[in-house]
Write a new protein. Structure first.
Lengths: 178, 471, 626, 100, 479
């Protein structure tokens, strides 16, 4: 229970940190804190393989990518975020998020799911267990994820190709504005 | 029954073949990718047809992860049509890159998966397979408006996927299963199920473009390259509607009173707001985007009425909507030429530049508006029937009120097209690229055909959406 | 059908052929052809009447349906013709006097641009009038009734470039339409109850009906409304004075001899209905008597030769309907015949005068014309004596019969009015006669150029003048001729001609003679100017026809126009409302469009709103939040 | 014993925080991170319930979420880079030319 | 099979027109319309069999057309008026004009012969489109507005009717009957009071807008005012009858109890429309508008005939539709010629044209007289039967109708006199040319024919009306 409390607080701090940090770099670091906290939760929840995957994929790959982009994009730029310009955005967002999150939390806490009291099955959540599933009946899901990653690779190629034609949409937009 | 998934397998093969061809091919031979993709689509269509005509009972595969039945096969057919249409419309325009066919096929795979998904994982996979390539395609043209479109789509897509996932998680928690058909309202933990259902529905109707989750639609449609917009306008809606129908009809068939009315309200709101906003548009892509929103509302009527007619009407309506929207976008592509958008002014005097184009535009717009002798009317008629069978006159009234408002929006371009040019507009005759012309002619013929003699297609959808537990 | 169809169709053929070939035929030929056809019609009419007289008295009717006019629910209404002695009288007058006036018109209209058109109209009129009297049921009668109105419209507005003529034509038509509608409603009521509008069927029912039910009163009143409009009974009389805008022969034929007496015909024809509608019956008499004296008073100060004659026509129509109203049907018909003779003579003579004076109608420009136009003067004089009721001229007999029967039936007040009006008639008619033909010429220039009319005009005038003198002789014959009609259904008891008390005759004739003397003294001896006295207060009122025109404008026409104005205001509102809704939706759409701000975060907010709303909805639905 | 229901509550809180992040931050990268956090929250719930049901399916789902997130992040970052490469500020509100 | 001929010929003609060169368009359209007339003659004299084909078996929709007494003469009206309108059209109007014209004829023929509600609705709505384009393409900016108004207002009604149609079929099905749209089968139903009223008004509004009846006539002034004369003639002469026809064909058999229930308000509204149109016509200054509002008044007269709920009133309406269509259509064509020749429409700007164009004036007057209900011309017979019906049901409305006939005489003559009579202007106009006389003469002849022989129509209409009333009779009946 105590461990849960501490971890929860860490996770929440990480989360809140993401959205309040002024610098994107700090946000990324806070997100790593959050992710790692979640990874620990996974271990608690007997999902060892997932915890590893979480750390490797998220903290290892994704966040590195994020940091990389952050440095790429913020270099030489004004990284001070301007104040809120959309009227009522923050307060509405806050109220809505509290309503939604609060509601979900209350529901989630007050109505726990049915619990199967028997001991855990063998290999539950570990590498073998996961492998049995993913390379067994659920292989097709894995294949789909692979296809998505492939798509992402293609996409990155597409998106960062030098433009072949001079881009005219900007001109059109100006025309539309006038 | 390993044959059941052959349409999908064909597409997967097509993806790899296209990818390989493009990787090895030189710049001049990128056309090969298009041809290969087209071949895959046609092959898949043939397999789908064969499958549909030989199948009697639904099959469940991957531990009930997917259900292949007549319904999913019709969805396959519809999305294949969308893909072929988009591919041909973008055929002559290499600005969008050689990778267009690959991404198109991946998204197609997502749509097909959505058509047959029967558990949460497949649902999510389908949604993401569908979305990821479209994010890329939307942004693929330029960092400007196209990039903006992609970015907006991406951020909101990620946001809504988060909501969807959380909803699915809660549903999982409330029932202990991920398979739609095993969801049992009697044993579910109710508040958990309710919250999960709400979030899941949000995630799904976001893709469909239902008010108030529709805001991305016009921006993304306007900013995206024309063939991509076409594809999104038709294919995405088919996929989203198919999964929403299957999710609600298979998973929550016994608890209609939980979700039915809410879907109904959303439908009415969407039909009216979508058409109303279409009225104010000057850019045709935007106009069609709002029309797409409104039509999503019509589609939602088929779901909200929750009966067999509704499911059938939904399939039928998706087809007629798709034909009309494909035709409209084909025309837009022709008119736009080198540019990437068409405003109302660009249409002025179209009838003098290209009478046939004006005639086809008329047919497409009238079908969207639901005027008889076009497919759109029969579709709306079927939906109305479903709504009234369901004893929901409110839905019916909403449908006709929306249609009324929408009509004014659809005839405005027509008035422009038939007006005398004032002199400042371009009077050059319009070139008809052959691939696009094929799409246009087929779609117009289909629209008229479905309006004049809808019998066979009604027969097909009636046999495809025959869920025995519905009225 | 004993040639009824031929009688009817010949003038129609004339109208059609003249219309079709007017560009090809010589202008003169149109008149001759038209006159010829009406003449043939006249001869056929005589033949038909003679053959009618050979039938036994109790079945003296020729009738037959030509085709189904309307068939549908209930019994059909046929296109049915019907000739009995009553219709026979009208038939003779219409074709006979009609033929004379056609001949006269050949001379009168010579040289007018629209000569062929004129004769086409005139033929068309004769056709319509024949249709009216030969109708075998009320529906066909109504068709004829409206078509004569149309012919009258054509002919009043014959000189269509004159705004006054055009206005008069429209007024006549619209007022007559009011009457048509009365008949229409009346016949609808009759059909509703008896499933027939045929005379024979209806009259057979009426003859057994108990008098006095409201249904009969209403029906009779509605039909009387038609008669009122056509016979220009007060207050629907104004159109007749204005109708003088038409060519003078038209005034003679339509607005004196035939069409305006259609009301008399209708009321006489419907005597079985009138018998069982006593209130309406009395109303007919009362209004007739009032019209009689009212019109006579207006004639006193008129300055236009045709206007005097028009008001005198009104007055005489009052006599005829007075006769009908008191049940003296034969007397009414008798007076109609006599009136046809002398009033046609008067109008035609007046027409000759106008012709001679180059279209001048103002009495103040006439005078002393007897030297120039002796034949015309003679005919005019004969007719004036007749209309004034001086024995032994024709009018004396008919008027005497009416007054006598009015007295006999106990309508003493109406009798008094009738007698007094007889005196007034004598005065204004002789005023007219003296102002026209005697005294010093008041416009020398016109006088110099005046001349007797050509023979083609003079002969009909003289013929009618002769008829005015001797016509009274047929009274006895008429009694016998019409008796079968009035005895067929429930025997109209006082229908035949009767003579009143001898003192009545003495008073009436005495008044007429005195009035003649006064007129002679005033206009021959003292040479009073036509306009004398017109400035006095009664003069103004009488000259202006007691302000009835303004009253109509104020009570009926202007309110209707005001209604139109009001409606237009409402209409603008409705149209603006339609546009307002459309524009409103459009504007609303335009106002709504900016919710698409372009800001992704706003879009996300919108999604979040949806999430919360849907979440709340589902949780409520499921019962978590109650 | 692991308080599964409290973990769900925590996940809901993280979900809400993520949502707020998307709504109020103007930096597209941070918005994207916040969205990732929402995904993570969902994955946590799946894992928690998987533990509760002793079923692997929830974990498979979580694994797929992670994999998909990787692909999505790859694409998303590519788009963000291409859009913001030539802009002066990382401000999502500047990308609002499409509207109406 | 002549019915199919009548339906197919305009469609084929339309398609040929679209392909043909501009110069040949009028010729093709004229030939098509003559072929249509021949087809109609065949229908009238040789073979009146309709068709009854399965169309959408899944919904029981049958392509069921009949040429019975209710529709036979309206079909004739359509064939004649379209022929006249096409002959009267501008040579240089271009092929799309004739294309839309023929398409309109096609849809009107379908509408007037359909007895399956689905088919009825299909044609009902299809005909909006050609009119929309005819209004939009051949007049100015105001024409666009008029077109929009026409479309939107008519659709408001027809969409609700669509809901009504579907609801009828569904209710019939749920009551245990087959799923069908056949009017004859649907008319056997007994509807609940609430549902019945809703559906009744859904249909009523659609029909009232099309007619148009007060106060739903908002589209009328612009559409009549802005369209070319042949189009106005077709709209006022033929299309407007669709509304009343729908009441007879669809509503009388199905909604008799509702008609009974709401008879008095309906009569009152129609009477208001009657007076309103007439009073408005009295003060309009534009000759087309006078005629348009006069027509509004006449349409209210027809509505009164229907609402009288008497056999003779319904018969009168059936007849009056044909009569009025011929006359008002022809009148608009004549007004169009005047407008072409003078370039004006205001009554204040014209006078004395009779002098230079006597033949034109004669035809003008002829149709004016027809429109004002002169006995002997067909309008009278129709008005008589309607008034007969009103006398049977509520006599006060008969009196009002009669009074309005007087006003009608007033405003119609006002137009004629203002245009044709009075002092002749210095510059005359061209009189009718041979080509125009060629189609005016048959029109006038037809008007006279049915004027003196209304039984020719009424005797045929009666059996069909009996059939319609057969169902109505079971539900309270018509008198």
């Amino acid at each position: 229970m105590i461990a849960f409390g501490i971890l929860a607080i860490v996770a929440l701090i990480g989360g809140i940190g993401v959205i309040v940090a002024r610098q994107p770099v700090h946000s990324a670091l806070f997100l790593i804190v959050n992710i790692v906290a979640l990874a620990i939760f996974y271990i608690i929840l007997s999902a060892e393989f997932l915890a590893a995957a979480q750390v490797i994929v998220y903290a290892g790959a994704i966040m590195v990518l994020f940091l990389f982009v952050v440095t790429l994009l913020t270099a030489g730029k004004d990284d001070e975020e301007a104040g809120e310009e959309l009227s009522g955005q923050r307060i509405t967002a806050g109220v809505l998020a509290i309503l939604a999150g609060g509601g979900l939390a209350v529901v989630g806490v007050l109505y726990p799911s049915q619990r199967i009291q028997l001991g855990l099955p063998q290999n539950f959540g570990n590498l073998r267990g996961m492998g049995d599933v993913l390379w067994g009946p659920d292989f097709v899901y894995l294949a789909a994820v692979a296809l998505m990653l492939l798509t992402a690779a293609v996409g990155i190629m597409v998106l960062n190709r030098p433009p072949r034609k001079k881009a005219d949409p900007e001109a059109r937009l100006k025309e539309r504005e006038s | 029954m390993a044959f059941a998934l052959w349409p999908e397998y064909t597409i997967v093969l097509g993806i790899f073949a296209t990818m390989l061809a493009i990787m090895i091919g030189s710049r001049e031979r990128t056309i090969v990718g298009y041809w290969l993709a087209l071949a895959a689509l046609v092959a898949s269509a043939i397999v789908t047809t064969v499958d549909w005509s030989s199948r009697v009972l639904p099959v469940s595969l991957f531990h009930q992860g997917v259900t292949v039945d007549a319904f999913s096969l019709v969805v396959d057919g519809l999305v294949l049509l969308a893909a072929v249409g988009a591919l041909l419309i973008g055929w002559n325009d290499r600005r969008y890159g050689t990778d267009f066919p690959i991404l198109l096929l991946v998204a197609l795979l997502g749509m097909m998966v959505l058509g047959m998904a029967n558990n949460f994982i497949v649902l999510f996979l389908g949604i993401e397979l569908l979305s990821l390539p479209l994010y890329i395609l939307a942004a693929s043209h330029s960092p400007g408006v196209s990039g903006e479109a992609g970015l907006k789509y991406l951020l909101l897509g990620a946001f809504s996927s988060g909501i969807l996932l959380f909803g699915l998680a809660l549903l999982y928690g409330s029932s202990g299963t991920m398979v739609f058909t095993q969801l049992d309202p009697a044993t579910m933990i109710l508040p958990l199920a309710g919250a999960g259902l709400a979030l899941t529905v949000v995630g799904l109707v976001f893709k469909l473009g239902i008010v108030p989750f529709h805001m991305w639609v016009p921006d993304v449609y306007e900013g995206s390259p024309m063939p991509v917009t076409t594809y999104m306008a038709f294919g995405t809606k088919v996929g989203a509607a198919a999964i929403l129908l299957r999710f609600l009809f298979f998973g929550f068939s016994l608890s209609v009173d939980w979700w039915g009315p809410a879907i109904g309200y959303l439908a009415v709101l969407t039909m009216i707001v979508g058409n109303l906003l279409a009225l104010a548009q000057k850019d045709l892509k935007r106009l069609l985007a709002y029309s797409g929103i409104a039509n999503a509302g019509y589609v939602l009527v088929g779901i909200a009425s929750h009966n067999m007619s509704g499911a059938r009407a939904l399939l039928f309506y998706l087809l007629v909507y798709g034909l009309a929207i494909l035709a409209a976008f084909a025309i837009l592509t022709f008119v736009a030429g080198e540019r990437d958008s068409v405003s109302l002014n660009d249409l002025t005097g179209l009838v003098y530049r290209s009478p046939w184009l004006a005639a086809f535009l008329t047919i497409a717009m009238l079908s969207l508006a639901g005027i008889p002798l076009t497919g759109g009317f029969v579709g709306k008629f079927y939906l109305l029937q479903a709504a009234i069978y369901a004893g929901q006159p409110g839905l019916a009234i909403g449908l006709v009120v929306g249609a009324m408002v929408g009509l004014a929006a659809y005839v405005r371009p027509l008035q422009r097209a038939f007006a005398k040019p004032s002199g400042s507009e371009s009077i050059e005759p319009i070139r008809w690229p052959i691939a696009g012309a094929i799409v246009l002619i087929v779609c117009v013929a289909g629209t008229i055909g479905l309006g004049v003699y809808p019998g066979p297609v009604v027969h097909i959808v009636n046999h495809s959406a025959a869920f025995y537990w519905l009225k | 059908m004993q040639g009824l169809l031929e009688i009817l169709v010949l003038p129609l053929i004339g109208a059609a052929t003249i219309t079709a070939f007017k560009g090809l035929m010589p202008k003169r030929l149109a008149g001759i052809w038209a006159s010829f056809l009406v003449g043939v019609s006249f001869i056929l009419s005589i033949v038909a009447d003679v053959r009618l007289s050979h039938l036994s008295a109790s079945h003296r009717v020729v009738t037959g349906a030509i085709w189904n006019w309307v068939t549908g629910f209930g019994p059909s209404i046929h296109f049915q013709l019907y000739l009995d002695p009553l219709a026979g009288v009208w038939l003779l007058i219409i074709t006979g006097v009609g033929a004379l006036i056609h001949v006269y018109s050949i001379g009168y209209m010579h040289g007018d641009d629209g000569e062929p058109r004129y004769f086409a109209y005139l033929n068309f009129f004769v056709f319509s009038m024949l249709l009216l009297v030969l109708a075998g049921n009320l529906a066909v009668l109504l068709i004829g009734w409206a078509l004569v109105g149309l012919a009258s419209y054509f002919l009043i507005g014959f000189w269509y470039q004159r705004p006054t003529a055009v206005a008069a034509a429209k007024k006549a038509f619209v007022m007559n339409t009011l009457g048509d509608v009365g008949i229409l409603l009346g016949l609808a009521l009759l059909y509703l109850h008896y499933h027939s509008v045929g005379y024979q069927h209806l009259f057979a029912i009426f003859s057994h009906a108990t008098p006095g039910s409201a249904f009969f009163e209403w029906t009779a009143f509605l039909l009387y409304l038609g008669a009122m409009a056509k016979s220009a009974q007060f207050p629907l009389h104004m159109w007749l004075a204005d109708a003088m805008e038409g060519p003078t022969p038209v005034s003679a034929l339509i607005h004196a001899a035939t069409m305006v007496t259609a009301g008399v015909y209708l009321m006489t024809r419907l005597y079985p209905l009138l018998r069982i509608a006593p209130v309406t019956h009395e109303l007919v008499a009362a209004i007739a008597a009032f019209t009689c004296i009212f019109a006579a008073s207006v004639a006193f100060y008129q300055q236009d030769i045709k206007k005097v004659l028009a008001y005198s026509t009104l007055s005489q129509l009052g006599y005829m309907l007075l006769a009908v109203g008191v049940g003296a049907y034969t007397a009414g018909v008798f007076h109609f015949m006599m009136h046809a003779f002398f009033k046609a003579a008067l109008f035609l003579a007046a027409g000759s005068v106008i012709h001679a004076l180059n279209g001048e109608q103002d009495l103040s420009k006439m005078g002393g014309l007897w030297r120039k136009m002796p034949w015309t003067m003679a005919a005019f004089l004969a007719a004036t004596l007749a209309i004034s009721g001086i024995p032994p001229f024709s009018g004396y007999f008919s008027k005497e019969a009416i007054l006598g029967q009015t007295y006999n039936s106990g309508h003493y007040i109406l009798w008094g009015i009738g007698v007094f009006t007889a005196g007034m008639t004598s005065f204004y008619m002789f005023r007219l006669f003296f102002l026209t033909f005697f005294g010093k010429p008041r416009d020398e220039k016109l006088y110099e150029h005046a001349h007797e009319a050509p023979w083609v005009m003079t002969v009909p005038v003289v013929a009618l003048g002769v008829l005015s003198v001797v016509g009274g002789a047929i009274g006895g014959w008429l009694n016998g001729w019409l008796a079968p009609v009035f005895h067929q259904y429930a025997g109209a008891s006082h229908a035949a001609l009767e003579s009143g008390p001898i003192f009545g005759t003495v008073i009436a004739v005495g008044l007429a003679v005195v009035a003649f003397g006064v007129a002679y003294w005033l206009y021959v001896v003292r040479q009073t100017a036509p306009r004398a006295g017109i400035a006095s207060i009664p003069g103004i009122w009488m000259y202006k026809a007691w302000g009835m025109d303004s009253a109509w404008m104020a009570v009926v026409v202007n309110p209707l126009k005001q209604l139109g104005v009001g409606v237009l205001a409402v209409e603008r509102g409705i149209l603006a409302g339609v546009m307002g809704i459309a524009d409103g939706v459009q504007a609303w759409a335009s106002d709504l469009a900016p919710i698409e701000t372009g800001y992704v975060r706003r879009y996300a907010l919108s999604i979040m709103v949806g999430v919360v709303a849907l979440l709340a909805y589902y949780l409520i639905r499921i019962g978590f939040i109650s | 014993m692991i308080p599964l229901n409290w973990i769900v509550g925590l996940a809901a809180a993280l979900f809400a925080i993520g949502a707020v992040g998307v709504l109020i931050r103007k930096n597209p990268l941070i918005m994207f991170m916040a969205a990732e956090m929402m995904w993570n929250a969902a994955a946590l719930v799946f894992v928690a319930y998987a533990r509760s049901f002793h079923a692997m399916s929830g974990q498979v789902m979580a694994f797929i979420i992670i994999g998909t997130a990787a692909a999505e992040v790859g694409i998303g970052l590519a788009i963000i880079v291409s859009v913001f490469h030539h802009r002066h500020r990382l401000d999502i509100d500047e990308v609002s030319q499409l509207r109406g | 099979m002549f019915l199919v001929w009548l339906l197919a010929v305009p469609l084929a003609g339309a398609i040929v027109t679209l392909i043909a060169p501009n110069a040949a368009a009028k010729g093709i359209a004229a030939i098509t319309s003559i072929l249509g007339l021949i087809g109609y003659a065949g229908l009238l004299f040789i073979d009146r069999a309709g068709v009854n084909w399965s169309w959408i078996p899944a919904w029981g929709v049958r392509f069921h057309l009949v040429g019975d007494g209710l529709s036979l003469f309206l079909l004739g009206l359509a064939a004649v008026m379209f022929a006249a309108a096409i002959f009267a059209s501008d040579q240089g109007a271009g092929r799309s004009y004739y294309f839309w014209m023929l398409l309109l004829e096609f849809s009107v023929v379908g509408l007037f012969s359909a007895v399956d509600l689905f088919v009825f609705y299909v044609f009902w709505e299809v005909l909006l489109i050609p009119v929309f384009f005819l209004l939009t393409g051949w007049s100015g900016e105001k024409g666009k507005k008029a077109a929009m108004k026409w479309l939107v207002m008519n659709l408001v009604g027809s969409f609700f009717m669509l809901v009504g149609i579907v609801a009828l079929a569904v209710i019939h099905h749920q009551d245990g009957g087959a799923f069908t749209f056949e009017i004859n089968k649907l008319s056997g139903m007994v509807l609940g009071p609430a549902v019945g009223s809703w559906l009744f008004f859904a249909f009523l509004v659609a029909f009232a807008i099309k007619a148009p009846l007060w106060p739903l006539h908002g589209w009328m002034p612009d559409a009549y005012g802005e369209s070319p004369a042949p189009v106005t003639a077709v709209i006022s002469g033929v299309l407007s009858k669709a509304g009343i026809y729908g009441m007879l064909r669809v509503m009388i058999p199905i909604f008799m109890p509702q008609f009974r229930e709401y008879q008095m308000p309906l009569l009152i509204v129609a009477a208001i429309g009657l007076i309103y149109g007439a009073a408005s016509a009295l003060r309009q200054r534009d000759m087309k508008m006078v005629t348009a509002y006069g027509s509004l008044s006449h349409m209210s007269m027809m509505a009164l005939g229907v609402f009288s709920l008497t056999a003779v009133g319904l018969l009168g309406t059936t007849f009056y539709m044909v009569a009025h269509g011929l006359m008002i259509g022809a009148l608009f064509l004549v007004l169009g010629m005047l407008e072409n020749r003078t370039g004006r429409r205001s009554l204040d700007d014209m006078a004395g044209l009779n002098h230079s164009a006597p033949r034109l004036a004669a035809y003008f007057l002829f149709f004016v007289l027809g429109a004002l209900g002169l006995p002997g011309l067909p309008g009278f017979a129709g008005e008589y039967m309607i008034i007969q019906g009103l006398v049977t049901s509520h006599v006060v409305f008969a009196v009002i109708a009669g009074f309005v006939l007087v006003v009608a005489a007033w405003y119609m003559l006002r137009v004629f006199q203002a245009v044709m009579q009075g002092p002749a202007p210095t510059t005359g106009i061209k009189d009718l040319v041979a080509g125009q006389v060629a189609w005016l003469v048959p029109l006038a002849g037809l008007v006279i024919l049915i004027g003196v022989w209304p039984a020719g129509i009424t005797s045929h209409a009666v059996p069909s009306l009996y059939q319609a009333m057969h169902f109505a009779a079971a539900k309270g009946g018509v008198r």
